[in-house]
Design a protein around this ligand. Structure first.
Ligand code: TRP
Length: 454
């Protein structure tokens, strides 16, 4: 069981920076644009915002309520709030899901590290734009290069988590997140100004809802949960370090707002360039990594130095965004072992590295030597992504919502959500939110989930 004296985030701001850092990651820059591309553009964005506001925010609140009241890892918090019940096993599922996500997430993190290394030498900013998209295929389909980048990224994640997240990471994200924001805005301006880019802008603003079938809605919901880091207890664990005086609602709304803003900004940075370069918007996971080198190479023709600097800073920012996210997943795993078995953080990290590598290596090779190896028609990487994003996270979020709505006492939820009734605004929205969590969130998630499976 957790020690009663638990570490705390220094301030509400630090908490928001940590959860927003977890939320803003590759999901925004890499996943969101290709999801938009695969599901018909603007309509998907509208569906995404609806899912975010009405489903993701209430689910964020649920996880935060459990975490701050339980004050332990996922398993320990559930055990404390529902003693002698089976709910604690949900903690086991969360840790499993977190482990699978880290395993495949670090593949993409490794790619961004690879691109950062490439950009240092100027190879990205001084190449031929038309040949730029080949770079990614050549790199990701290799063996040694992507594997070494994967391992490096994974070790960096492990080291930061072992060292404690608060000091290093908090300080780091306070600089890099705003920087990434400014760079993204600059990228949007550049991207939109490329000849032929208007088709991309049109693609993003046009809302063709005929393309939004059940699968489209399920993906929008999955993306909202993925991007807000929900369903596997990451928000829960971070909230267990949250101060008693801080507002849970404020944390949820700020995270949702900054995360959505970042996703849309990324869409506008990438999609116009996709059209300008003549790529397919539905190219899938490789989309961003094929498009960005094109933009930078093109920029490099007119402004080589600027392009070189932009490339480096941009990939550094992506890398740091990816790291602050991978840390939150790893933290879910580590906290579990530390609490359950009373071992040290570094021991827990080492214990997790072995299975992560065992799953991660086939994920890396899914883009090369193992690209033809399919399970249910999906590569190992795609299968991990699908199982987590479309199944485990959705069901995890559903379970947390049911726990808060039906298992916890209403008075306890109210107390935690409003800090003992001291937060006026939270107290005002409590009634509709609680109603939502009980009666609307679970059925909506179930309907979207089942219709997607059918
Ligand atoms: N939200 C992150 C992103 O958008 C990914 C992430 C971090 C995550 N922690 C998580 C996803 C926990 C699900 C659960 O890139």
């Amino acid at each position: 069981m957790a020690p009663s004296k638990r570490e705390q985030f220094g301030s509400s701001f630090s908490f928001i920076m940590a959860v927003a850092g977890s939320a803003i990651g590759l999901g925004n820059i890499w996943r969101f644009p290709y999801m938009v591309g695969e599901h018909g553009g603007g309509a998907f964005i509208v569906a995404y915002i609806i899912c975010c506001l009405f489903l993701a925010v209430p689910c964020f609140v649920c996880e935060a309520v459990i975490g701050r009241r339980g004050r332990s890892d996922v398993y320990g918090s559930l055990e404390r709030l529902a003693p002698k019940s089976k709910w604690k096993w949900l903690g086991g599922v969360s840790v499993f899901a977190a482990f699978v996500i880290v395993s495949f997430y670090c593949v993409v993190g490794g790619w961004s590290l690879d691109f950062l290394v490439r950009s240092l030498s100027g190879r990205l900013s001084h190449g031929d734009p038309d040949g730029a998209s080949i770079l990614f295929k050549r790199m990701s389909s290799g063996t040694l290069e992507p594997l070494s980048m994967y391992v490096t990224f994974l070790l960096a994640t492990a080291l930061i988590v072992i060292g404690g997240i608060k000091k290093g990471i908090e300080r780091f994200t306070k600089i890099t997140t705003p920087l990434l924001f400014f760079l993204m805005v600059a990228m949007v301006i550049y991207s939109v100004s490329l000849p032929g880019a208007s088709a991309g802008v049109e693609y993003l603003v046009r809302s063709d809802f005929s393309k939004m079938d059940a699968a489209g809605w399920a993906c929008a919901l999955g993306q909202a949960f993925f991007s807000m880091s929900l369903g596997i207890g990451a928000v829960l664990v971070y909230s267990s370090f949250m101060k008693k005086e801080d507002s849970i609602l404020k944390g949820g709304l700020w995270t949702a707002a900054s995360d959505t803003f970042f996703a849309i900004i990324s869409g506008f940075a990438i999609m116009p360039a996709v059209f300008a370069a003549g790529f397919e918007p539905s190219a899938g996971p490789s989309l961003v990594y094929e498009t960005l080198p094109f933009i930078f190479a093109k920029m490099g023709i007119e402004a080589p130095v600027l392009s070189w600097i932009m490339t480096m800073v941009f990939f550094l920012a992506i890398l740091s965004a990816a790291l602050t996210s991978s840390i939150s997943m790893f933290e879910v795993c580590i906290e579990y072992l530390v609490h359950r078995f009373g071992i040290k953080r570094w021991q827990a990290a080492v214990a997790f590295l072995v299975p992560i590598l065992m799953l991660g290596v086939p994920c890396v090779l899914s883009f090369g030597p193992l690209s033809e190896f399919k399970i249910f028609g999906l590569t190992v990487f795609d299968l991990c992504d699908f199982v987590c994003s479309n199944v485990l996270m959705t069901l995890g979020a559903l379970a947390f919502a049911i726990f808060v709505g039906w298992r916890m006492k209403r008075a306890d939820v109210f107390d935690e959500f409003t800090n003992g009734g001291t937060l006026g605004f939270s107290a005002k929205v409590f009634r509709p939110l609680y109603f939502f969590v009980r009666w609307l969130v679970p059925p909506i998630i179930i309907i979207i989930f089942i219709s997607n499976l059918l």
